[in-house]
Design a protein around this ligand. Structure first.
Ligand SMILES: Cc1cc2nc3c(=O)[nH]c(=O)nc-3n(C[C@H](O)[C@H](O)[C@H](O)COP(=O)(O)OP(=O)(O)OC[C@H]3O[C@@H](n4cnc5c(N)ncnc54)[C@H](O)[C@@H]3O)c2cc1C
Length: 339
């Protein structure tokens, strides 16, 4: 049985009222958003994330020279609900506009962009956003949930054999492949969710003493290898040295998934040097990261999933749009339904 958006909006999870316990798998933007919204309404919420810190794909690498944003590069704030949410949970001046020029690379030509949307960035690091959102929540990091055990309603088990719960409702915000695997024995939603695929993204981070004179802070690339070059040091409080985040395009990343990390780093660096017309070596810091589930190939047909019978729910950016704002909206709409 497929659960349609229509039946979703009419369904309610029986017995779910303020005071009940909700377990959330994943403390990225969607998990944190949902956690805050449900906590505000009186639910007891606990979040679990396998990462060392909160934030998921909206995170940053800490180095001795400052933070490098290696996942999400900036935030768009188009939806008024998202604006309200950020104003409520972030201190004033935490988010600032990224005040640089942006360009589009097409046929080897850099075309200055006509800025339609303002791009915002948190001070110091992209992670700052999630760290503030997590302040009021109970979050356990370095906990990878590997099993859901049905027991009025759910016990969660991690890879070290620890148990958490019982929870009256469990919400999963992990990428679709991982979510489908966790619920495959418990909900028919698993089949629908398993069909949603994500692009990978190879990412190179570089910090160098070499100064770069370049008129743009971010370049969106139509290029056989690259998708984006971000001059990280043009963001506030990202250190004094030149720092750069390079993201390969989705297609190239998928085609080169199994390549050696150093080889990937060399290719991305060379392509970037040609575009910036500069030499980035010697580098003080050079790391390559693979985002195995970076962005949705095919978006889900609905903004969240709810299986009221089995007390399970699912949300994430891949249900709305592969952006921070998409992650927020998916969690926001699920929260509206649950509340
Ligand atoms: C390279 C790249 C560039 C991007 N650029 C931008 C941009 O410029 N602007 C923008 O708005 N968006 C951008 N995005 C997209 C943005 O980062 C995402 O849309 C958003 O962060 C998704 O949030 P989420 O909470 O839905 O998912 P995630 O951030 O993926 O959170 C899911 C969390 O679940 C955890 N998890 C998974 N499985 C388990 C488990 N079994 N147990 C416990 N925890 C688990 C993960 O550790 C993760 O923290 C970019 C993404 C990437 C990868």
């Amino acid at each position: 049985m497929l659960i349609s958006s229509e039946s979703i909006s009419q369904s309610a999870v029986q017995g779910l009222s303020p005071g009940k316990k909700i377990g959330i798998i994943g403390a990225g933007i969607s998990g944190l958003t949902l956690g805050l919204k449900l906590k505000e309404k009186g639910f007891e919420v606990e979040l679990f994330d396998k990462g060392n810190s909160v934030g998921g794909r909206a995170s940053s690498r800490r180095t001795q020279w400052g933070y490098l944003d290696h996942g999400a590069q900036f935030i768009t704030i188009r939806d008024p609900e998202f604006k309200d949410f950020l104003e409520t949970h972030l201190p004033e001046n935490c988010l600032v506009p990224w005040n640089v020029n942006f360009a589009h690379l097409e046929n080897h030509l850099l075309i200055p962009e006509n800025q339609k949307d303002l791009r915002y960035i948190p001070c110091q690091s992209m992670n700052t956003l999630s760290k503030y959102l997590a302040l009021e929540l109970s979050v356990q990091t370095q906990v990878k949930i590997i099993q859901l055990l049905p027991q009025e309603y759910w016990i969660l088990k991690d890879e070290k054999n620890n148990s958490y719960g019982p929870f009256d409702l469990v919400v999963l915000t992990a990428p679709p492949a991982q979510t489908a695997q966790l619920i495959e024995n418990h909900s028919e939603l698993a089949q629908q969710i398993a069909k949603i695929q994500m692009w990978p993204c190879w990412t190179l981070m570089i910090i160098t003493d070499n100064e770069i004179q370049f008129p743009f802070g971010g370049i969106k690339c139509e290029h056989p290898v690259l998708g984006w070059i971000g001059l990280n040091h043009t963001k506030p409080e990202r250190g004094k040295l030149t720092s750069i985040t390079v993201q390969a395009n989705w297609q190239w990343s998928a085609e080169n998934l199994e390549k050696d990390t150093d080889v990937i780093g060399d290719i991305l660096q060379l392509e970037t040097e040609q575009i910036l017309k500069t030499n980035l070596s010697p580098t003080n810091y050079r790391k390559v990261h693979l985002w195995r589930y970076a962005a949705p190939v095919n978006r889900a047909p609905q903004s969240y999933f709810l299986d009221p019978l089995n007390h399970l729910a699912i949300c994430g950016d891949w249900c709305v749009a592969g952006r921070i704002e998409g992650a927020f909206l998916s969690a926001h709409e699920l929260a509206q339904n649950l509340i």
